[in-house]
Design a binder for this molecule. Structure first.
Ligand code: DHB
Length: 508
C-alpha cells in the first residue's frame, strides 16, 4: 500500500489537483515511508530534511499599489541534505493566501516565480517580499520588489539563496567559488520538483529571474537543465533526487559568457580609451595594444559560432570589426531609440542618430559607444592583475583569485594560475544551450539597457541569437536610457510571464 501511494505520488504528473485533506495524509505517508525505507529498496533515497512541511508557515503581508496582499511565508528552508552554508543554501517560499479561500483557483496550478538576489557573484540570501532595495539613499522608496509584485499578481514565489565567491567556512576556506552558485540554484530547483506534489505551485512552470550576475545565473539555470556536468556537485551537497530543468528565464543585463567577454568588450569599446571604473582613468599604450588584440580575437570567436539571424542569414564580423553582426547589434540600438522617441523622448540633439520623418534610419555605432562611455579598462573581466569580481569567482578553496582565459594567464602581471576549464564552462550558459541530454528552457525574456557598459551589448545579442537558433522563444529588448540594473519594468515582466505560462488572468 505504501509503495503504491509512493509510486502514485511521484509519477502522477497529470493529477495536479489534490484535495487538501488528502494532501496531509499523503504527506505523512511519504514522510514515514521515506524515513523507514530511505536506505531500503524503494528506489528513493532522501533525507527527511528534503521534505517540505506544508504546516510550517507564518502569515505575512506586503502592500503593493495601496493594496495589502496576505500570504503564507515558509522561510529559510534548507534545500540540500549536506549544507555548508545554511543561510545561503536555503529558500523562502511564499503563497498568496487567496488560494486557501473557498472556490479559489487551484494553487497546485500556479506558476512559481524564482527570483535570485545574486549580485557581483557574491553570496546571496533568499529574497523577502518588500520594497526594492535602495543603494545609497536609505529613505528612497523605489516601490515593491519583484517578489512582492509576484504575490500581488497571484504567483507562488520561491527565492533561493546561493553561495558566492567570498563565502568561507570557519577556517577561512572558500566554499562558494565556481560552480557553487549554479549548483545551489539547481539544488533549490530540484527541491521544488521533488516536493511538487505536496508543495503549492506548479514546479513544471518555474520562471527564474535575476539581474547582472544573478541574470547570468538565471540564464545558466535555464540553459543547462539536467546536464550531467553538475551531477557530482549536486550529489556532494545532497540535492534532492529530481530534475533541475525550468520553464522560463527572465534575465536582466546578464554578465555571462565570461570567458569570451573580454574580446566582446574590446570589439565594442576599442578606440574609447577613457574608462569610468573605480574613479576612472585612461588606457595606457600597453592596454591599447591589448584592446586591439582582444578585438581581433573576437573575430574568430564570433565567426566560429555560426550564429544566424531569425531570417537565416549567417552572422559574421570582418577583421576590422565591421560586418552584418555589427549591423545586427546596431539594429537593437536603433529599435531602442525608435521606441524611446515614439514614447516622447527627444533625441534630436544627438548628431549620431539619423532621422527621416521621425524614423531612425541609421546610427553611428562608434558615436553611440562614445555617448555611453567605457566603464572597464582592458581586459574587462579577466584582469591582468587578477583584481576583478570574475577573477575572484574563479578562485579555488585556497586561492582568492585566478585567471580564467588563456590570454590573461599568458599576459598575467601577477603570475596567476588558470582556473580549471570545466569550472569556467559550468558558469557559461552558452555551452549548454541546446546541448545533448540537456533541457534548455523554452521561454526567455532578456533585457540589456542601452546605457549599460558592465558588459558589451554583443554578449546578450550572442546569447539571444544562440537561443533562437536552437528554437527557443526569446523576447529581447534594449531599453533606452537604462543602465546596469533590473526589475525596472515589472508590469511588462509579469505580462510576459502570464502569456508564456498561460496563467489565467482571473487568477490575478
Ligand atoms: C556585476 C557587475 C559587473 O560589472 C560584473 O563584472 C559582475 C557582476 C553585478 O552587478 O552583478
Amino acid at each position: 500500500m505504501i509503495y503504491l501511494r509512493l509510486a502514485w505520488l511521484f509519477t502522477t504528473k497529470g493529477v495536479k489537483i489534490v484535495r487538501k485533506s488528502y494532501l496531509r495524509t499523503i504527506f505523512v505517508v511519504v514522510l514515514v515511508s521515506l524515513l523507514v525505507f530511505s536506505i531500503g529498496s524503494v528506489g528513493i533515497v532522501a533525507d527527511a530534511s528534503l521534505i517540505f512541511d506544508p504546516d510550517n508557515y507564518t502569515i505575512k503581508s506586503v502592500v503593493v499599489d495601496g493594496q495589502t496582499v496576505k500570504f503564507r511565508a515558509y522561510e529559510n528552508i534548507v534545500y540540500v541534505k549536506n549544507p555548508v552554508s545554511e543561510k545561503n543554501q536555503s529558500l523562502n517560499f511564499y503563497v498568496p493566501l487567496k488560494y486557501y479561500e473557498k472556490d479559489s483557483f487551484p494553487v497546485e496550478m500556479v506558476p512559481i516565480f524564482l527570483p535570485n538576489g545574486i549580485g557581483g557573484y557574491m553570496p546571496a540570501e533568499p529574497i523577502v517580499p518588500g520594497k526594492k532595495e535602495s543603494h545609497g539613499d536609505e529613505e528612497a522608496d523605489l516601490g515593491p520588489n519583484a517578489s512582492a509584485v509576484a504575490l500581488f499578481k497571484g504567483y507562488v514565489v520561491a527565492s533561493p539563496g546561493a553561495r558566492g565567491r567570498t563565502s568561507t567556512n570557519n577556517d577561512g576556506t572558500f566554499i562558494g567559488k565556481a560552480p557553487a552558485a549554479i549548483v545551489d540554484l539547481k539544488a533549490a530547483v530540484r527541491y521544488l520538483h521533488f516536493n511538487d506534489e505536496i508543495m503549492p505551485g506548479d514546479a513544471t512552470k518555474i520562471i527564474s529571474n535575476g539581474t547582472s550576475a544573478g541574470g547570468a545565473l538565471s540564464a545558466l539555470l535555464g540553459a543547462s537543465g539536467n546536464n550531467k556536468d553538475y551531477e557530482p556537485y549536486l550529489e556532494e551537497v545532497g540535492a534532492a533526487p529530481a530534475g533541475d530543468e525550468i520553464f522560463a528565464v527572465s534575465s536582466y543585463c546578464p554578465i555571462t559568457n565570461l570567458d569570451n567577454s573580454d574580446m566582446a568588450y574590446e570589439w565594442m569599446f576599442n578606440g574609447v580609451n577613457d574608462y569610468t571604473f573605480l574613479g576612472g582613468g585612461t588606457l595606457n599604450e600597453y592596454q591599447i595594444q591589448t584592446s586591439n588584440k582582444l578585438k581581433e580575437m573576437f573575430v574568430d570567436y564570433l565567426n566560429d559560432l555560426e550564429l544566424k539571424k531569425p531570417d537565416g542569414t549567417l552572422l559574421t564580423v570582418n577583421k576590422d570589426g565591421s560586418g552584418n553582426f555589427k549591423d545586427y547589434v546596431e539594429s537593437f540600438v536603433i529599435d531602442s531609440i525608435q521606441t524611446a522617441m515614439d514614447n516622447g523622448t527627444d533625441l534630436s540633439d544627438q548628431s549620431w542618430i539619423t532621422l527621416k520623418n521621425g524614423t531612425v534610419t541609421e546610427i553611428n555605432f562608434e558615436e553611440y559607444v562614445k555617448y555611453i562611455t567605457r566603464m572597464k579598462p582592458t581586459p574587462a573581466f579577466d584582469a591582468l592583475n587578477m583584481k576583478t569580481w570574475e577573477n575572484s569567482l574563479f578562485g579555488t578553496a585556497t586561492l582568492a583569485t585566478q585567471h580564467f582565459t588563456e590570454f590573461s594567464k599568458e599576459h598575467s602581471e601577477v603570475n596567476g594560475f588558470l582556473a580549471d576549464q570545466d569550472n569556467v564552462k559550468m558558469m557559461n550558459a552558452m555551452y549548454y544551450i541546446g546541448a545533448e541530454e540537456t533541457m534548455t528552457a523554452k521561454y526567455w525574456r532578456i533585457r540589456h539597457g542601452a546605457a549599460d557598459r558592465d558588459t558589451a551589448l554583443a554578449v546578450p545579442v550572442i546569447l539571444v541569437t544562440k537561443l533562437q537558433n536552437v528554437g527557443a522563444d526569446v523576447d529581447f529588448a534594449v531599453p533606452w536610457g537604462q543602465g546596469h540594473g533590473g526589475d525596472y519594468d515589472l508590469d511588462s515582466l509579469f505580462s510576459w510571464i502570464a502569456k508564456v505560462s498561460k496563467f489565467p488572468a482571473f487568477a490575478n
